[in-house]
Design a protein around this ligand. Structure first.
Ligand SMILES: [Zn+2]
Length: 183
């Protein structure tokens, strides 16, 4: 990977397979080595709160993990690097409780993304997605606001607290994914 003054990969301690790419003042989480589908990448560490923010990740019905207040950038990169994980409508990781797993084979250098609607019931700050994947639905506002057909597509990856809010569209128990236990 090319490293110059404008582009650098910052590797959090203990994370051999991923890093934070700084490019043109923007940060994003990338794989630094190939990651096979199903592999566990890391656990999300954060401050529990009942108030979602732009960056928080919802882990239960009334529980979110957020960055500590006024957290310095170097601490975010070392400990809270998940904050740089962007949304994609066709992502390559999924979040199970606080653990992040590859949902596809991931190439070295590929950006690590998850679908915000698989953890968030209501986004604190809905946005217009421009990921340009075949599945892109444009506006991302949370699982509760997604079209029923989109909820059905995301169902296998949706967090237990989202499944609890919305019945399985088929009325059946949802299948487990990647051999992970069903919650
Ligand atoms: Zn999209």
């Amino acid at each position: 990977m090319t490293i110059d003054t404008n582009e650098a990969v910052l590797t959090p301690p203990g994370q051999a397979r991923m890093g934070v790419l700084r490019s043109d003042g923007q940060y994003r989480l990338i794989a630094c080595a190939p990651v096979p589908a199903g592999a566990r990448l890391f656990a999300i560490d954060g401050e529990p709160t009942d108030v979602p923010s732009r960056y928080s990740i919802q882990i239960d019905t009334h529980r979110h993990l957020d960055l500590p207040r006024d957290c310095p950038e170097d601490v975010i990169i070392d400990t809270y690097f998940w904050r740089y994980m962007n949304h994609s409508c066709e992502p390559n990781v999924r979040i199970h409780q606080q653990e992040v797993f590859a949902s596809t084979d991931i190439r070295a250098g590929e950006e690590i993304t998850f679908h915000y609607n698989t953890t968030e019931a209501h986004l604190a700050e809905p946005f217009a997605c421009r990921c340009a994947t075949a599945w892109c639905t444009g506006r991302i506002a949370g699982f509760a606001a997604a079209h029923p057909a989109e909820r059905e597509r995301l169902w296998p990856w949706a967090a237990p607290h989202l499944r609890a809010l919305h019945q399985d569209p088929d009325g059946h128990a949802a299948p487990s994914v990647d051999g992970l236990p069903q919650s």
